[in-house]
Design a protein around this ligand. Sequence first.
Ligand SMILES: Cc1cc2nc3c(=O)[nH]c(=O)nc-3n(C[C@H](O)[C@H](O)[C@H](O)COP(=O)(O)OP(=O)(O)OC[C@H]3O[C@@H](n4cnc5c(N)ncnc54)[C@H](O)[C@@H]3O)c2cc1C
Length: 478
Amino acid sequence: MRPDTVHPSPSVIIVGGGLAGMSAAIGLQQKGFRVRILESRRRLGGRVGSFEDAVSGKSLDYCQHVGMACCTNLVWFLRELNIDSFWNRERVLHFFSSTGKHLPVQASVLPAPLHLSGLLRRWPGISHRDRVQIAWGLWKLMRQKAVESLDEQLAIEWLRSIGQREEVITRFWSTILVSALGDQIDRVTLGATRKVLIDGFAANREAYNLLVPRQPLSEIIGEHGGQSLEALGIQIDCGVTIDYCTWTEERCQSVVSREGTQFTADHFVFAVPWHRISRLIEEHCEVDSVSKLQSAPITGVHTWWDRSWLEPPHAILVDRLCQWVFKEPIESKALHRSGIEPDADHNEHYYQIVISGSRDLPKGDSNRILELVASDLAAVFPEAARAKLLRGRVVTDPNSVFSISPGHQKSRLAADHFARNNLWLAGDWTDTQWPATMEGAIRSGMIAANRLGNSSINAPSLHVSDLPKGWLSRWLIA
Ligand SMILES: Cc1cc2nc3c(=O)[nH]c(=O)nc-3n(C[C@H](O)[C@H](O)[C@H](O)COP(=O)(O)OP(=O)(O)OC[C@H]3O[C@@H](n4cnc5c(N)ncnc54)[C@H](O)[C@@H]3O)c2cc1C
C-alpha cells in the first residue's frame, strides 16, 4: 500500500475515567483505536477512589471496595493494568453473630454448591427448622431459571411466599444480600438475589473468595492503573469536565469542556454515571428512561481508636447496623503529601465500617452516626467496648449505586443504544445484567468496546469467561 493511501486508525474519546471508561479504553486500544480519556476529577477511578485524611496524612478510600473471585472481568482488568498484586485474596469469611460469636467460614472439601454448607449449619440465632427452611429457599433459587420476570419481583415477597420467617429474612437473607447488592432487602429484585447467590456462592468453589485492596484505591487505580494505560498509548486528560456536545446531522461531532475547549473524534463513548448522562446528551437523545433509575446510598464510617480490637482482617456482622468492618490495609502507605508524618507509635488504630442501603441513618449528623456505630460495635466486640473512639469521619455517597428495584432493568440502556448518533454508552448502569459493581462497570466498558469495534472496524470481540460451574453445580443449577 502506498503511504498516501494509509488511513490513520479511528479515534475515540471516552468521557469519564471510572472503571467503565478505563476498561473501554483498554478494549478499544486493543482493537486498534486511538483512545483519549477525558475525566473531570484529578485522577482516574471514579467512585473507586480515596481522599486524604488531614490528621494522619493518609489516603483513605471513600469507601472500602471488595471484589469476589466470580468477578472474572475485574480479575482480567487488574492483570491487564499490572495492578493485580495490590489485592489480597481472602479465602476465609469472618462472620460475627450479633452477640460476638466468631464464625470463620471457608470452603470445605465438598463440591460446590455444598462447599459452604458449614456456614448454614453454624449460622447464629436461628433454629434447626429455620436452617432447613433456608436450605429449601437456596434449593428453589438454584432450580429457578434466570428469566426476565424475576427482575419485576421483589426478593422479599418471594422469600415470604416460600415460607421464610421474618427473623430468618432479617438474620440470614438480609445479611448476605444487602452488602452484596448495595441496598435494603425490601427493595432488591429476585433476579439480582438469584444472581448473587448463584454466581457468588453456588456455582464454583472459589467464587466467594474476596479480593481486597492492600493499598489506597487512588494509588492502585488512579496512579498505577493510569500509568499502565498511558504506557499502552492511551491519552489521559484529567481535570476536564465535559459540559455539552456539538452535533451535525444527528451525529455527535465534538464534546466541549466547561472551559470551552472542543474535543473532536470519530467516535464517542460516554462512561459517566446514570445521574449525569441526561445533562450531557438529552438535547439530542431520548434519555427519559434512565432518569427512572433510583440511587442507593452506601456509608463508609472511618474510625480511629486508642487500641486494636479486631483480630481478623474483616468482620461480617449478622443482624447489626454495621454490616462490614475492615482493618487498615496491611500495606497502607502513609502519604506525606500533606507534610504530616504517619503515626509512628501506632497510637491510632483505624477501622472502616460499611453500611449499605444507609437510608435510615440520621441525615447530616455525623456525631450521632458515630455514637450509633460505636455502641453497635461494643455489643459485638468486647475489646471495642473497652476501646476509646478517638475520632471518626462519615462519608455517604447518595449515588453510590443504582437501586436494583423492580423495573430497573427497563431503564438500563444498551451500549449501542445511540450508535446511530455516533455515541456509545458505558457505565455500571448500562445493560450488563450485573448490579452496580466494579465487575459490572468493567463489563460495560468491554461491551461498549466490542460493539463499537464490531460496527466500525469489524474487530473481533474480546471475551472473558465466567468461572466454570463445578460438576455438581452443573447438575443442580437450572
Ligand atoms: C460507597 C461505595 C461503595 C461501593 N462498594 C463496592 C464494592 O465493595 N464492590 C464493588 O464491586 N463495587 C462497589 N461499589 C460500586 C462501584 O464503585 C461502581 O459500580 C463502579 O466503580 C462504577 O464505575 P463507573 O465507571 O461505571 O462509574 P464511576 O466510577 O462513577 O465513573 C464515572 C466517571 O465519570 C466522570 N465524569 C462524570 N461526569 C463527567 C463529565 N461531565 N466530564 C468528564 N468526566 C465526568 C466521573 O468523575 C467519574 O470518574 C461501591 C460504590 C460506592 C460509591
